[in-house]
Design a protein around this ligand. Structure first.
Ligand SMILES: Cc1cc2nc3c(=O)[nH]c(=O)nc-3n(C[C@H](O)[C@H](O)[C@H](O)COP(=O)(O)OP(=O)(O)OC[C@H]3O[C@@H](n4cnc5c(N)ncnc54)[C@H](O)[C@@H]3O)c2cc1C
Ligand SMILES: *[C@@H]1O[C@H](CO)[C@@H](O)[C@H](O)[C@H]1NC(C)=O
Ligand SMILES: *[C@@H]1O[C@H](CO)[C@@H](O)[C@H](O)[C@H]1NC(C)=O
Ligand SMILES: *[C@@H]1O[C@H](CO)[C@@H](O)[C@H](O)[C@H]1NC(C)=O
Ligand SMILES: *[C@@H]1O[C@H](CO)[C@@H](O)[C@H](O)[C@H]1NC(C)=O
Ligand SMILES: *[C@@H]1O[C@H](CO)[C@@H](O)[C@H](O)[C@H]1NC(C)=O
Length: 499
């Protein structure tokens, strides 16, 4: 058994014995905070609000601060109260990261930012102040009627806090860079609790840079993101579905698209080879969007000339568009990511691997409910030009001087046993994908944190120089290592480089 799998089984058995009352939870409650113990109805609601069952662990309690001051009070209590000295904690915003240990904890406390879900348009400052515990559908729903929007996630249920500290690819990336590059100011509660600071292009600029991709809970808890307010909330676009027999033409169109993004930044296209449960077969699903609301502009011609099975192309609000792309809750989700040069030979190999995985799964397992997808997204150099113009992030893509493609390779299944098996397969095929890409000199080091599996090390993939910056910021803003030692969850600097 792999280390990951035994950790999973251990986590399951640990969850059975954790139900004893926790003095630290009592201490948090005595500080006047909302605390939910396992017997409270709200505890079950918060558990159900995690996207992936794999991430639905069993903390001693959830604590839900309602404002920045309360986040500070949570941090103070966890740091100082004698009952909390040995207590570990997790930080959770939308709860969409799918793996066990990303955003929740079995033996400890989960700080749940779900009550901090407001979005306020501040036109004089040209920003929307977005609280971390919101989901993008709610954010767009607030801004759409005002004819404004922000560069957030493409599916309504995705959370704000994790998306924006992990990079964040949006429909708007070719216009403004990653979602995180549109953040003008982060409000952050540091380990000292009582210290709430802003990180932006003039204050705490080192923290500003590392929060853009370096995963928030390495440095503090972000309590507000002031994001560039983008005028115009009507998009054109939607999904299109194709017979897999059109796969080669769609790959060629995506290769051409990736090298043409700089000539039409309002556009966005995503290519997915997807096992469709309803067909019992693989089909090709694409997302096409025009963020300036032009109908079928010429940049999409090559895609649109390929015969489709069906599509949802239309004009709609940003919120409505992101309803198309949501993935149902209630599964165990296994994710893996890699990045490649824009070479059709590699796309084809990955599509073959996906087909082989689907065939094997159907032959070996009786599981009518699984999904498996191989998803291709352009990461052209124009994204990085915007990042640099906004003061730079910590992703390290400035080292890449060509248009590349990021892959999101994923399965979803229903049971623990199937999760163990799917995890082994995704790992095996993920390694095969990287080996093939490397063999044709097409493997790119950078990995997108938002799509990484728990066994991957995206922070290391940002390169040595960026790792130094992240470590320096962690040492400066969290000198006692509170966030490295007390919250083991998510992608941690202290674990990076050792995986
Ligand atoms: C259906 C679906 C669609 C998606 N679409 C996109 C997409 O279009 N583009 C894209 O880039 N990604 C996308 N993702 C991936 C998504 O960005 C990540 O899953 C991301 O982590 C979600 O953010 P969250 O707030 O829900 O994260 P959570 O799971 O709550 O948190 C993730 C990590 O961030 C840390 N964190 C969260 N909030 C804070 C905070 N306020 N301060 C400090 N640390 C914090 C947590 O501790 C945790 O380690 C998608 C995911 C799904 C399931
Ligand atoms: C948003 O936060 C408010 C409190 O600030 C809470 O009452 C409400 O339930 C939250 N909404 C969601 C969808 O979690
Ligand atoms: C940057 O932080 C400082 C200090 O808190 C604040 O006064 C200023 O308004 C912030 N800038 C932006 C763009 O938010
Ligand atoms: C919304 O904004 C877009 C882009 O700036 C503009 O073209 C459009 O006229 C605006 N619509 C309304 C109703 O104001
Ligand atoms: C896809 O096209 C092939 C012929 O090229 C056809 O046999 C098959 O039925 C089609 N599949 C679907 C799901 O329409
Ligand atoms: C999008 O709009 C359509 C048509 O009005 C509606 O049926 C659908 O429910 C909407 N979806 C979302 C997520 O808003």
């Amino acid at each position: 058994m792999t280390k990951h799998v035994s950790a999973l089984l251990l986590a399951l058995s640990a969850s059975v014995i954790q139900a004893q009352d926790s003095p630290c939870c009592e201490a948090l409650r005595s500080s006047g905070l909302n605390v939910y113990l396992p017997d409270d109805a709200a505890y079950q609601d918060r558990t159900d609000s995690y996207f992936s069952i794999s991430a639905q662990l069993h903390p001693w309690c959830f604590v839900q601060p309602i404002e920045t001051k309360e986040v500070a009070s949570v941090v103070d209590t966890l740091r100082e109260h004698p009952s909390c000295v040995d207590t570990k904690f997790a930080v959770r915003s939308g709860g969409h990261a799918p793996w066990a240990g990303a955003n929740n904890i079995d033996d400890g406390v989960t700080v749940d930012l779900g009550m901090m879900n407001a979005t306020v348009l501040d036109l004089p400052r040209n920003v929307a102040g977005v609280q971390p515990g919101s989901r993008w559908g709610r954010v767009y729903g607030t801004l759409d009627p005002l004819n404004y929007t922000v560069a957030g996630g493409r599916a309504i249920s995705v959370g704000v806090g994790g998306f924006l500290t992990g990079g964040g690819n949006s429909f708007f990336s070719a216009r403004y860079g990653f979602g995180t590059d549109t953040v003008k100011n982060f409000e952050v509660v540091l380990a000292t609790g009582s210290e709430v600071i802003n990180a932006n292009s003039t204050e705490n600029t080192d923290l500003f840079q590392v929060l853009k991709g370096g995963s928030g809970s390495n440095y503090g808890i972000v309590t507000r993101y002031d994001m560039l307010a983008i005028e115009g909330s009507t998009l054109w676009g939607g999904t299109a579905l194709y017979n897999k027999s059109e796969g080669q033409k769609l790959i060629d169109a995506h290769v051409a698209w990736t090298d043409n993004v700089q000539n039409y930044p309002p556009g966005s296209a995503v290519l997915i080879f997807n096992y469709e449960r309803s067909l019992g077969d693989i089909a090709v699903l694409t997302f096409y969007h025009d963020t300036e609301g032009r109908e079928a502009p010429p940049a999409f011609d090559e895609f649109l000339a390929i015969p489709q099975t069906s599509n949802t192309l239309r004009f709609a609000s940003h919120q409505n568009m992101s309803g198309d792309l949501d993935i149902p809750f209630g599964f165990r989700n296994i994710w893996h990511t890699t990045t490649i040069r824009n070479d059709p030979r590699i796309y084809n190999k990955f599509v073959e691997i996906h087909a082989q995985l689907v065939d094997e799964w159907k032959a070996e397992v009786s599981d009518p409910e699984f999904t498996a997808a191989m998803n291709f997204q352009a990461i052209p150099t124009i994204f990085t030009e915007h990042s640099v113009a906004n003061g730079g992030n910590v992703l390290g893509l400035d080292r890449v001087d060509e248009n590349v493609v990021m892959i999101h390779f994923l399965m979803s299944v229903k049971t623990v046993e199937l999760e163990v098996k799917a995890t082994e397969k995704i790992k095996k095929y993920g390694a095969e994908m990287d080996a093939f890409a490397a063999s044709v000199d097409g493997l790119v080091e950078w990995k997108h944190l938002n799509y990484a599996g728990g066994d991957q090390d995206p922070l290391a993939s940002y390169g040595e120089e960026n790792n130094k910056k992240m470590r320096a910021a962690s040492a400066k803003y969290d000198p006692t290592g509170f966030f490295q030692n007390k919250t083991p969850t998510g992608f941690k600097l202290s674990k990076s480089g050792t995986v």
